[in-house]
Design a protein around this ligand. Structure first.
Ligand SMILES: Nc1ccn([C@@H]2O[C@H](COP(=O)(O)O)[C@@H](O)[C@H]2O)c(=O)n1
Ligand code: CDI
Length: 160
């Protein structure tokens, strides 16, 4: 029987009107918001896709369709806790997860500890099992031009 599974996720949101972005459940002040059906938390959306991908359960849009008004302006931590439940029902838990945020601004590093604490709490793991990093794209591409932000995630699942 397989004892580990791995998944990866990627999410992008364009900047729009607003005065903050939500990253890993943390409200980060910024001169733009993001265009999204939910709160547009790219960190959690990428992480959910990594968890779902690890068990070949589709993606976040399958489980939380943008056409469903229940998810309008929804706190993405609801999605993450639901993904944890899906894993648990199948006998899996998160071993560790690693997320990279890609944007020129806002600066993320100072918020990473709070983001890690949120993600770890929602996944039911120790904080040192969850990593959040950030990088610019050296002013290249859509993130470099400040048109939006992106996140990449990988997650390792182990038997519960
Ligand atoms: N949105 C961001 C981007 C980067 N950081 C931090 O800055 C460091 C340097 O970034 P480079 O892209 O120039 O390598 C990076 O290691 C992050 O710690 C950030 O906080 N927020
Ligand atoms: C999260 C959902 C919820 O309806 O909508 P958005 O907030 O627009 O985010 P996206 O990353 O496009 O994922 C799709 C949806 O599941």
């Amino acid at each position: 029987m397989t004892d580990i599974r791995i998944g990866q996720g990627y999410d992008v949101h364009a900047f729009g009107e607003g005065d903050h972005v939500v990253l890993g459940g943390v409200r980060v002040p910024h001169e733009r918001g993001v265009l999204a059906h939910s709160d547009g938390d790219v960190v959690i959306h990428a992480l959910c896709d990594a968890l779902l991908g690890a068990l070949a359960l589709g993606d976040i849009g399958v489980h939380f369709p943008p056409s469903d008004e229940r998810w309008k302006d929804c706190d993405s931590r609801v999605f993450l806790r639901h993904c944890r439940q899906l894993l648990a029902e199948r006998g899996w838990r998160v071993g560790n997860a690693d997320v990279t945020v890609v944007c020129e601004r806002p600066k993320v590093a100072a918020h990473a500890p709070a983001m890690r604490a949120n993600l770890a709490a929602d996944l039911g793991v120790a904080v040192d099992a969850v990593s959040v990093k950030a990088t610019t794209s050296e002013k290249l591409g859509f993130t470099g031009r400040g048109e939006g932000l992106a996140a990449l995630a990988v997650a390792l699942l182990v038997r519960a």
